[in-house]
Design a binder for this molecule. Structure first.
Ligand code: SF4
Length: 165
């Protein structure tokens, strides 16, 4: 929060100056709308996080929507719990051994199940990551950002080797 205050400068005449990156990131982090999706025990904790005692709305993440097309956040890209993070206690072929084998994960939350406070903490860490992004680099071509910067690493070829190596 202190860093956020540094990025906003308010003059005595009531004018506020800041960066486009800050405004974009602040508005994105303040409106994380999760997808309504839960399979098992962790979903009960997710529901509790949305209820009045924990009130996920305080973090702008209380609007659960029914389709990925309408949502910002899968609580999978936050990998919530042991099952989503590692396949949980089931080392079998019939259980996916970590959702990061299918989709990239930003934040892992340990626990079986994690408590609502842990999910809220994970959302705050995701908000921290959002605040470090530079969306104007992509919009206006400022700086040199390659496709690898966007995706994190080069795409492997069919033999499973790095095509850029
Ligand atoms: S991590 Fe534990 S609590 Fe969460 S869905 Fe798996 S078995 Fe259930």
């Amino acid at each position: 929060m202190a860093k956020e205050r540094e990025e906003i400068v308010e003059s005595s005449s009531g004018i506020i100056t800041t960066t486009v990156d800050f405004v974009f990131n602040w508005s994105r982090k303040s409106a994380l709308w999760p997808m309504t999706f839960g399979l098992a025990c962790c979903a009960i904790e997710m529901m509790a996080t949305g209820a009045s005692r924990f009130d996920i709305d305080r973090f702008g993440a209380g609007v659960f929507l029914p389709s990925p097309r309408q949502s910002d956040l899968m609580i999978w890209c936050i990998a919530m719990g042991a099952c989503a993070s590692t396949g949980g206690p089931f080392p079998t072929y019939s259980t996916l051994q970590g959702i990061d084998r299918v989709v990239p994960v930003d934040v892992y939350i340990p626990g079986c199940p994690p408590r609502p406070e842990a999910l809220l903490y994970g959302i705050m860490r995701l908000q921290d990551k959002i605040m470090q992004e530079h969306p104007t680099r992509f919009m206006f071509g400022r700086g040199s950002v390659s496709q690898e910067d966007v995706e994190g690493s080069a795409v492997p070829d069919e033999a499973g080797e790095n095509a850029a190596a």
